[in-house]
Design a protein around this ligand. Structure first.
Ligand code: 13P
Length: 255
């Protein structure tokens, strides 16, 4: 396997944190710290912070993402945001199917697929999240579940569109808990995702897809995680809210 076939991407997922003013301040703090990155640097921020984030990141190597997107182009969907709205706001990436959305907001494999297609059709890069719960892991379903979630999310996604897909393997038991998967567990989980992609699109194509690890990745454990063959960067929650910690993770992925 050759990691050079796919770019490493470090993406922050700010979740429901930071006001627009705080967004400007944090990005201004981060810019000089990540400017020499040898990987892609993305910040996925709350919808209300997008304008401030795009303005603050302008001219830097930081790209801005959103945390969700609706699958319809427009219409009577109070409170929702379309892919075209994101594109026009300067957004390049969007997180889809995060476990918190699956857990608290009724997201299903079907809606994850529809959102992925909507994002790709609008020219966005989709960061699609998959991951097992602790119960599913203990029952021995990790591989089955990760492959199923990956294939469901990518239904009707063409080989060409796959260039704009990143998969983030985020074990639910490692999110926001301070419990990180071991580097071996992360590599194995990401490997299952890559196998699922290979089963549908072929091995050569699967080798080109960026697969991140997410779940309590931080300044201390990033080095070990991103060194693994199948770990092409990370989707970072808590540690992406601290400029210095985030920049250390970016440096780890830049080696
Ligand atoms: P933490 O890094 O806070 O565990 O969050 C991970 C995550 O959910 C990123 O999407």
């Amino acid at each position: 396997m050759n990691k050079k076939l796919r770019p490493a991407v470090i993406a922050g997922n700010w979740k429901m944190n930071k006001t627009p003013a705080e967004t400007t301040a944090l990005i201004n703090e981060m810019k000089p710290l990540v400017k020499d990155a040898n990987c892609k640097v993305v910040l996925c921020v709350p919808f209300i912070d997008i304008a401030a984030a795009v303005a603050a990141a302008e001219g830097s190597n930081i790209e801005i993402g959103a945390e969700n997107v609706h699958f319809k182009e427009s219409g009577a969907y109070t409170g929702e945001i379309s892919a075209q709205m994101l594109v026009e706001s300067g957004v390049k990436y969007v997180v889809i199917g995060h476990s918190e959305r699956r857990q608290y907001f009724g997201e299903t494999d079907q809606t994850v697929n529809l959102r992925t297609l909507a994002a790709l059709n609008a020219g966005l890069t989709a960061i699609v999240c998959v991951g097992e719960t602790l119960e599913q892991r203990e029952l021995g379903y990790t591989e089955t579940l990760l492959k199923f979630q990956t294939k469901m999310a990518l239904t009707n996604v063409t080989k060409d569109q796959l260039k704009n897909v990143i998969i983030a393997y985020e074990p639910v038991w490692a999110i926001g808990t301070g419990v990180t998967a071991t580097a071996e567990q992360a590599d194995e989980g990401n490997g299952y995702v890559r196998e699922a992609i290979a089963e549908v699109y072929g091995k050569d194509v699967a080798e080109t897809v960026t697969i991140q690890y997410g779940g309590s990745m931080n300044a201390k454990n990033a080095d070990e995680l991103v060194a693994k063959t199948n770990v092409d960067g990370g989707l970072i929650g808590g540690a992406s809210l601290k400029a210095e910690d985030f920049s250390i993770i970016v440096k780890a992925a830049s080696k």
